[in-house]
Design a protein around this ligand. Structure first.
Ligand SMILES: Nc1nc2c(ncn2[C@@H]2O[C@H](COP(=O)(O)OP(=O)(O)O)[C@@H](O)[C@H]2O)c(=O)[nH]1
Ligand SMILES: Nc1ncnc2c1ncn2[C@@H]1O[C@H](COP(=O)(O)OP(=O)(O)O)[C@@H](O)[C@H]1O
Length: 198
C-alpha cells in the first residue's frame, strides 16, 4: 500500500515503479470523484455516482472504503482477489483510513508513506499539476496535515525530494518485501531441506 498527502508525487512514483517492476499490478479503485482531464474509466479509476457507490458498499463489494477530500473511494474485493489468484503482487494507492482497514483484513501487507520535502514544495506540486480547481487544491492542502499525522502508522517512509532517489527507495522496499522469510521458506524449501539433511 502506498499513501501520501495529495501532490506529494504518489501516482507519478507508483507509475514509474510499475514500469520497473512488471510483476506488480495496481488495484484500480472505485471513486465518486469526477474524472480529471485525461483520466480513463477502468484505467485510473472506476468512476461511479455516489448512489451506486453506496449500493456497492451495502452489497459488501469493498475490501475497504473511505471518504477522502469529500469523495468516496474504495478497493474492490474481486479486483484484489483476482490479481492475487494470478500470483500478481498487488499495489494499492490508498489513504490512511483505508490503510488501517487493509492492515486489519490482510495482516501481512506492507505499507509505505510518501512525504514531500517541504510544505512550499507540496503546494508548488499541487498547483503545478494543473488538474484541480483552486478550491479543490485548497481543500487538499488543508487535508494534507491530517494525512501526514498518520505517517507513523506505516511500515516505511520515503521522502520524495529527488524523484529518482525516491523511486530507488520504493524499489528497494519491494525487493526487501520479496526477501521476507515466509516467502523465502516456501520458495527455497528444497534448498533448506538439502542443507538440513545429515
Ligand atoms: N481508502 C481509499 N483511498 C483511496 C483509494 N483510491 C485513492 N485513494 C486516496 O484518495 C486520495 C485522493 O486521490 P485522488 O483523487 O486520485 O487525488 P490525488 O491524490 O491528489 O492524486 C489519495 O489519498 C488516494 O490515495 C481507495 O480505493 N481507497
Ligand atoms: N520528485 C519530484 N520533484 C518534482 N515534482 C514532482 C516530483 N514527484 C512528482 N512531482 C510532480 O508533482 C505533481 C503531483 O504528483 P502526483 O503524482 O500527481 O501526486 P499525488 O498522486 O501524490 O497526488 C505532478 O505534477 C508530478 O509530476
Amino acid at each position: 500500500m502506498v499513501a501520501a498527502p495529495s501532490g506529494a508525487g504518489k501516482s507519478t512514483l507508483v507509475n514509474a515503479l510499475l514500469e520497473r517492476e512488471p510483476a506488480i499490478s495496481l488495484s484500480v479503485s472505485h471513486t465518486t470523484r469526477p474524472p480529471r482531464t485525461g483520466e480513463q474509466y477502468g484505467r485510473h479509476y472506476y468512476f461511479v455516482e455516489r448512489a451506486e457507490f453506496e449500493r456497492e458498499v451495502a452489497e459488501g463489494i469493498f475490501l475497504e472504503h473511505a471518504e477522502v477530500h469529500g469523495n468516496l473511494y474504495g478497493t474492490s474485493r474481486t479486483t484484489v482477489d483476482g490479481l492475487l489468484a494470478q500470483s500478481r503482487d498487488v499495489l494499492l494507492e490508498i489513504d490512511w483510513q483505508g490503510a488501517r482497514q487493509i492492515r486489519a483484513a490482510k495482516p501481512d501487507c506492507v505499507s509505505v508513506f510518501i512525504l514531500p520535502p517541504s510544505r512550499p514544495e507540496l503546494e508548488r506540486r499541487l498547483r503545478g499539476r494543473g488538474s484541480d480547481a483552486p478550491e479543490v487544491i485548497e481543500r487538499r492542502l488543508h487535508n494534507s496535515r491530517e494525512e501526514i499525522a498518520h505517517a507513523h502508522e506505516f511500515d516505511y517512509i520515503v521522502v520524495n525530494d529527488r524523484f529518482e532517489d525516491a523511486l530507488d527507495d520504493l524499489q528497494a522496499i519491494v525487493h526487501a518485501v520479496r526477501l521476507r522469510s515466509p516467502l523465502q521458506w516456501a520458495r527455497h524449501q528444497a534448498l533448506i531441506d538439502a542443507l538440513l539433511a545429515p
